[in-house]
Design a protein around this ligand. Sequence first.
Ligand SMILES: [Zn+2]
Length: 399
Amino acid sequence: MSDTSKKGIDRRDLILASIATVGASAALAVSAGSGNAQGAATPAAQPASGTGTLYTGDVIRGKKVVSALDVHDLEPGLRHFLYFQGAQMPTGQHWYVSVTVAKGARPGKRGILTSGVHGDEMSNIHTVQTVMNQLDPAQMSGTVMAVTDVARPAIEGMQRRWPNQGRGLDLIDMNREWPGNENGATAPSRHAGLLFNRLLRPNADFAIDFHTGTTGFEVTAFNIGGMDVPEVKAMMELYPVGQIFDNHVYPGVLHNAFMDAGIPSFTPEIGAARVLDLEMIPLFVEGTMNVLKHYGIVAGPMGRTGKDVSVFVGNSAFPILATQGGIVEHLVKLNDKVEPGQKVAVQRNSFGEVVAEYTSGVAGEITGQRSDAMAEPGNPLVFILFHKAPSEGAESYPE
Ligand SMILES: [Zn+2]
């Protein structure tokens, strides 16, 4: 994980406005754990991927539990609800994730829709559920699998990161763990490895990992992925949303684990965390149904796409970080266009005195804003999506 930070700033941490978690201690823990895991002769005594479906024999609330899944084994023309057995808790029970499979009556491409990699994100879960509820397996050619609650313990607390028990309570960002390690040093690493090897990768011809902004930092409707990959570009352009962030981001995120496995993938971002944005969600439902039509899984005419809206494509996000403590007042709104030098926020101390003014360093569109009004130095306040020419050198980050 230590190679994922450039210039001391983890770009996606900033994009999603998380508090930087990929710090030195986390990197040390991971590297130390890898050594321990290699030294311990305790490989998982279960078959690797591609070995079919394994039922554990457990049934939870009427849903059968699997520890490996091959959608080819499921009966065609039906919707299937299963639990996948993830990592163990300290008490010895498992974290189970919810798996919905719409298995088409006829063979075809296999798509995967995931949400819940971060536990405070809700509109993405609702988007995936809405798509699945619109599908009629009897009319489909191919399969769509949804996993809506990937980081189960994070979702239980409706918080971004997974609370694990390594050295007292610790919080791990699961979207820095992929493709995971079944023998890793932490529960989220093992959970990621189990899911990726036995559930996700073996059943994917394409995959979409849905997210939102994070607690305290909201974002516009946009897709992130590498437009230089034709399959990814084609999918992202099928969404009627106003921004595309043309960027591969970095290793460790789920969509890049898919990409590294040769499976086209990207990440939609659907507004603010913790809430259902019932105006924004339908745009992503429509775009996802377009993707399923694009792959021939679902029949019917395309809905609205990026061609029907004005899409702003940027390849970089200019971060504005707080330099002071105090209350921040935004002077622009999400999706607003800004110019270099334009003042975008002011910050006041407890006396009401202005302690900082923040200006854009680029011409672009506002893609994310801190929604918690109080900020301390270092907090991301604004992200501005812009196009950086290849000839331009290193990005300049404000203090
Ligand atoms: Zn997220």
